[in-house]
Design a protein around this ligand. Sequence first.
Ligand SMILES: [Zn+2]
Length: 183
Amino acid sequence: MAEWNQLNAKKEACRRVNSRRQNFTSLDVFHQRQKEEAQSAKYITQLVKWCDEHKYKVIFDPKYNDEIYQTRRLIKICSKPSLQSQLIGLIHECGHVILDESRDYWIKYERGWPKVRTKDKRLKKSAIHRIQLLEEEIEAWNKAEILAKELRIKINVKMFHQIKYYCLMHYVKFSARLSNMPY
Ligand SMILES: [Zn+2]
């Protein structure tokens, strides 16, 4: 689902991962990144096909947030960051597809993402809504990791966890914003 500051999170994750590569000469760094970007492009194509098999269309645009629209069978991916970051964003959204296809999804997360566009202000401010969002986000990241292994997609593990933690922290902060939330 849409992560509020996902682009910043991705940029920060790339910066942190790349700053550990100080032993490379600049040309080595360039070639290494080129190789990783080419590999990520291949994996993105593989995932788009996977989404197609699961009846989801994937579209890319620099103006988008990474987001899934289950009822429209649509995934939007921000094409601004590196392909490595886009790959991580896309595989996370695939994690949501897997959850959506699970038999108990609409029961388990009944008051989470399925209700995110509701006009029910009381529900949106409730602890259960926010905790269910957080639970689903964590679960979608877990499913994404399993899917990467199943499809033999080599993700940059450090970058994956950096992005995951930045995105999850948004939901943790969002969940904790109101101290006296009704249940
Ligand atoms: Zn999500």
